[in-house]
Ligand binder design. Structure first.
Ligand SMILES: Nc1nc2c(c(=O)[nH]1)N[C@H]1C(S)=C(S)[C@@H](COP(=O)(O)O)O[C@H]1N2
Ligand SMILES: [Mo]
Length: 339
């Protein structure tokens, strides 16, 4: 799937290079008759498989979902980041509702129906509201935010998200003085989400997927409600029609396909914390100095335009490089206790 740019001014040299190199490589592999060659893929998988997580190759089939172009203001601050090619962002996913392997969401989410959609914002607030599908992209001015995404499994990407600050949405409902945390919930619909109907496919998670933030984390200007990427509405595998993006935390905090946002007084339960509390905490701030019990978090593999065997090991940064904007939120806290 090629990127269609609305406006030539938005086309940067880095976009052209990344995308065309990747497409050329794919074409080359196709010509050589290698695409889908099990031997090559499975050795790559064996190399990358880590501690029960399956890091498989991009999906082989071209994607078929419908997206529409969005109007947004371009991110001028983060243009120096090298973006992960769109094709990798939309085929290498964690979305266990559509299968626990990296290539499954892109295949199994293609018929996911996101219109109509209802997102309720309720709980400890003065003016609870319900947004429908059109509100998600029309109620707020959309901006592009080019953010690093660091998965707890040690791979990372750079994604040009489109969206609006969660703070904008929360200001609309006017949180009251009892609101201390925000709880998020993904759609529960086993008819549409095969991982919710089949425990093995869904990685043994009890659904719906739930997440949470402290209110001050939720109000931080970096915290994004994303409705698109690479200039278009989100593909289903990336969390259509609306998902959270918290760039200084491990990827699992960035909950997808949200139907409920609730202001609450107590720290909410989160899916991964319930599954393995010694491995995944409530805070989950990216921290190279606090290892996962089963692997180091000191470095990461950045997914770029390179091939399956590309060596893109880089150092992981505290708060994923966003310390200047968010470290103050955790002043005086022992980050190895509140991991
Ligand atoms: N509902 C839901 N949200 C989810 C997940 C999931 O399995 N279900 N996976 C999380 C994890 S582990 C990561 S790394 C990111 C991946 O986002 P991406 O596929 O858009 O890169 O989504 C997060 N949000
Ligand atoms: Mo993740």
């Amino acid at each position: 799937m090629l990127i269609k740019f609305k406006n030539k001014d938005q086309l940067k040299a880095s976009d052209v290079t990344d995308e065309s190199v990747y497409l050329q490589r794919r074409q080359l592999v196709k010509n050589m008759g290698f695409l889908g060659a099990g031997a090559i893929l499975s050795s790559a998988i064996a190399k990358n498989a880590q501690a029960g997580f399956f890091d498989s190759a991009p999906a082989k089939k071209d994607t078929v979902f419908k997206t529409t172009e969005l109007k947004f203001t371009t991110d001028t601050k983060n243009q120096s980041l090298i973006k992960t090619p769109e094709n990798k962002i939309i085929t290498h996913n964690n979305f266990y509702e559509f299968g626990a392997q990296k290539n499954q969401p892109a295949e199994l989410a293609q018929n996911f129906n996101v219109d109509p959609w209802q997102l309720t914002i309720s709980g400890e607030c003065e003016k609870p509201i319900m947004l429908d599908y059109d509100d998600l992209t029309k109620m707020f001015a959309l901006e592009e935010r080019i953010y690093r995404l660091r998965c707890v499994e040690t791979w990372s990407m750079v994604v040009p998200w489109i969206g609006f600050s969660l703070a904008e949405l929360l200001k609309k409902v006017v949180p009251n003085s009892s609101a201390k945390y925000v709880q998020f919930e993904t759609l529960y619909d086993p008819k549409q989400m095969p991982g919710q109907a089949d425990r093995r496919l869904g990685g043994g998670i009890s659904y719906p997927y739930v997440e949470g933030l402290r209110l001050d984390e939720a109000m931080n200007p970096l915290t994004l409600m994303s409705v698109g990427l690479y200039g278009k509405t989100l593909p289903p595998q990336n969390g259509a029609p609306i998902r959270l993006v918290v760039p200084w935390k491990y990827g699992f905090k960035s909950i997808k396909s949200i139907v409920s946002i609730k202001l609450v007084s107590k720290q909410p339960k989160t899916t991964w914390q319930q599954l393995a509390p010694n491995e995944y905490g409530f805070y989950a701030n990216v921290n190279p100095n606090h290892d996962h019990p089963r692997w180091s978090q000191a470095s990461e593999r950045r997914i770029t335009s390179g091939g399956l065997f590309a060596r893109n090991r880089i150092e992981t940064l505290p708060f994923n490089g966003y310390g200047e904007q968010v470290a103050h939120l955790y002043k005086g806290m022992d980050l190895s206790k509140y991991y």
